[in-house]
Design a protein around this ligand. Structure first.
Ligand SMILES: Nc1ncnc2c1ncn2[C@@H]1O[C@H](COP(=O)(O)OP(=O)(O)OP(=O)(O)O)[C@@H](O)[C@H]1O
Ligand SMILES: CC(C)(CO)[C@@H](O)C(=O)[O-]
Length: 286
């Protein structure tokens, strides 16, 4: 039997953020808040002579919807750790749509590689490598920090070692995705970042409602709302449903009575729960 290690990381819906530029990738990141979600990325690692990554999007029944080879941030992380492995990732949520899947893929894959090759990395070391890969590849700023634990996570200082407060919640979250909004296009643009910085709300939320109100105010002031997102937000407002835009994706997330019904005419809503915990190893076989 081929020896494999399997790990999971939750994804993260960012509600609002502000880039904090430091002198190195480790000191660069974002502050802000988001929801760590129970859907994310499952990574399976096995021994290989080369660095190989297979990325799969699967449906609820586990059937493969799309498959591609390679993941630049993940190959960067393997290079940084000076290891070679074959990694397969699987996710049910769409990639690039604001569910923080690049961070989840990194955290799950590095955790699996660490167990497979018995590298002895601590959680903080796994998060540090994942965060560096995100920053270097402009695929995320605060998602790795958030996915170290569960809840509604408010990042008060940048980086995975930063100060984070977490509020647990058993409220269902409903999300719709109209398509990707490439993260590098936004976090690599000085103009977007200036507007995002000016839109940043003060203080950490103390409950889900406070998180939604801050996220929505940010989305409106950020200039990032697209026409399709606007239509869904207006429908939520008309139905008295708390909602905001997934950062960074062309999508909307909502909560409370009627959220599913209000979003259903746009496209099939996805049901999510607030995650109880962060990335973790599931098993080592063989
Ligand atoms: N499931 C995955 N498995 C492996 N690599 C991934 C995965 N998801 C994303 N990546 C890598 O991250 C890169 C950038 O992804 P991107 O930031 O657009 O996606 P995302 O993290 O889902 O979106 P967002 O940051 O907006 O939430 C992809 O080109 C890919 O290389
Ligand atoms: C930049 C970002 C919105 C991309 O998902 C996220 O990493 C964050 O909140 O910092």
């Amino acid at each position: 039997m081929v020896r494999t290690a399997v790990a999971f990381s939750p994804g993260h819906i960012s509600g609002y953020f502000r880039k904090i530029a430091g002198e190195s990738p480790a000191l660069t990141g974002s502050i802000g808040a988001g929801i760590v979600i129970d859907e994310g990325v499952l990574a399976t690692a096995s021994a290989a002579e080369r660095r190989e990554v297979v990325v799969r999007e699967v449906d609820a029944g586990g059937r493969v919807r799309s498959e591609s080879q390679g993941s630049p941030p993940l190959e960067y992380a393997m290079e940084r750790l000076n290891v070679r492995a074959h990694v397969e990732t699987a996710c049910r949520l769409p990639i690039g749509a604001g569910f923080g899947l690049s961070a989840a893929a990194l955290l799950a894959s590095i955790t699996a590689i660490d167990a497979l090759l018995e590298l002895g990395l601590s959680r903080a070391e796994i998060a540090a490598v994942a965060h560096e890969a995100e920053v270097v590849h402009s695929t995320g700023l605060g998602d790795v920090s958030a996915c170290q634990g569960g809840g509604i996570a408010c990042r008060e200082t940048p980086g995975p070692g930063g100060r984070i407060t977490r509020i647990p919640s058993d409220q269902e979250i409903w999300a719709v995705s109209f398509g990707p909004l490439p993260t590098p296009d936004v976090i690599g643009s000085a103009e977007h970042l200036e507007r995002v910085a000016a839109a940043f709300p003060t203080g950490c939320p103390t409950d889900l409602e406070g998180f939604f109100s801050r996220s929505r105010a940010f989305a409106e002031a950020s200039g990032l709302v697209t026409a399709d997102v606007r239509s869904a937000l207006e429908a939520c407002d008309a139905g008295g449903v708390l909602a905001s835009m997934t950062m960074l994706g062309r999508g909307v997330f909502a909560t409370g009575d009627g959220a599913r019904e209000v979003l259903a005419p746009f496209t099939e809503p996805i049901r999510l729960n607030v995650a109880e915990s962060g990335f973790h190893l599931l098993e080592v076989r063989g």
